[in-house]
Design a protein around this ligand. Sequence first.
Ligand code: F6P
Length: 538
Amino acid sequence: MDTTTLIDLFAANPDRGSQYSASACGLYFDYSKDHLTEQTLDYLFKLADAAQLKPAIQKMFNGELVNNTEGRAALHVALRGGGGGGGGGVSAASKAGQKANQHLKKVVQFATQIRQGQIKSSTAKPFRNIVNLGIGGSDLGPRLVVSAFPEHYHTTLQTHFVANIDSDALTATLKQCTPDTTLFIVSSKSFSTLETLNNADRANTWLRQAGIEGQLLDRHFVGITGHRDAATQWGIAQDRIFTVEDWVGGRFSLWSSIGLPIAIALGTEPFQQLLEGAREMDEHFRYTPFEANLPVLHGLQAIWHINFRNYKSRAVLPYVHRLGQLPAYLQQLMMESLGKTTTKEGAAVDFSTGQIIWGSEGTNGQHSFHQLLLQGTDRQSIEFIATRSAHCEAGSHRHLNSHCLAQSRALMEGKSQALAYEELLAEGASPDEADRLAAHKSVPGNRPSNTLLLDDLTPRCLGALLAFYEHSVYVQSVIWNINAFDQWGVELGKEMGNELFLLLNKTETMSVAHEQMDSSTRSLLGCLHNSIDGPRES
Ligand code: F6P
């Protein structure tokens, strides 16, 4: 493939566009602008067979302990009504399905009552502002879905998301809220995440300063967690705790009780449609032969890109303003799942895993980072996402889609130096000038990209899209034999953060830990100590 260009591949096969694309569940996936042939796919399917992908898919659906380092199942599919159906893990999956139903019922009931103003604040007023306090998986999914569908917003309810421990984030949100009509959702599966608990404490102080104290506070907080005791200890009332089961990973949790802000902000119908779209993709993933299976094709293509083509990053470019949060969501899903150096059995891997995921809404990037995609030295995986039926004004939708298609063509076709030279002459440049500039104006081309078309920008299609990415991640993890469902790396940062907080707060200045720290961190601590003038926290 190093000596074959994309243009050659299209010239050799006029049907390449339709042959190397597949559709299901409202998604059309075009992977034809890539350096692969039937033979490449054949090798990849053989690799999938050798890695036992088919049984691995069944294991996940059956509720087997695919998260082996934490001894847990990964049954997010049960939250959408799937799972079970064969083997020894059936009961685990169907029990999970029953639990999922109970939790969903509670979410639907509570969201409906909030939206209808039946659940009231401490001053017997309907709520006007919902503030979700959560981070990572307890923030990114609901934030993405809520921002995608403003047409479903309740007329008198506003939903906000605060993740950062930087107090400015919460302060900015609280400026838009009134204490006696604000409900805080403290969303944390572990109920031990520093950022979230810090913000919850600040919210508590804000309410108390407004005279909402004691039992009245209960009416202004909801907890979503897998650790009921910790939530109770913090002060959430029993009837306001929503459960997240331990078989739901944080980055796979928007379908669980963590989706409560979605059901409140958009209504319970759109939330259920989101789940249905994901469920359709689950069925497709589970039962469709690999040759037409969207997540399998996408996951195997990612293996091709990472391990055989050496593409280090993946740009996710939704040509849909309302999907502007998608790259951030996929960063957690893909990078937290696939950033691993150890096989499931604990051996060091001797190949690359994962990619840097980045991107932003199109067309904005065309006026900034697309330069590197088009003329930089290295190739990347690039994913264009667009809608078929207009999600915005028809004229602007056509502009978006023409830009989207143009970018993938420009990446593939490029512009030769000879053509750039001719164009310069035609524009009136002298031959010397044209000669000097032609190399700069030429674009290498032969750069691959995928295009994903959503039938509509609806909760159902978005559900299918997100499930598509979840399953692609699982495919990659199975091929590499890594655990996609743990995240031990991020734990180290938390431990060190706690230690440094004590030092920065000067509660432990001359400790052994401080003495043993590297000189860079010690110098930085010195600089920061000299400029701290605010009150210290414990
Ligand atoms: O620190 C990483 C992480 O554990 C993510 O995996 C998770 O989604 C996020 O933090 C939030 O965790 P929690 O819901 O327990 O607060």
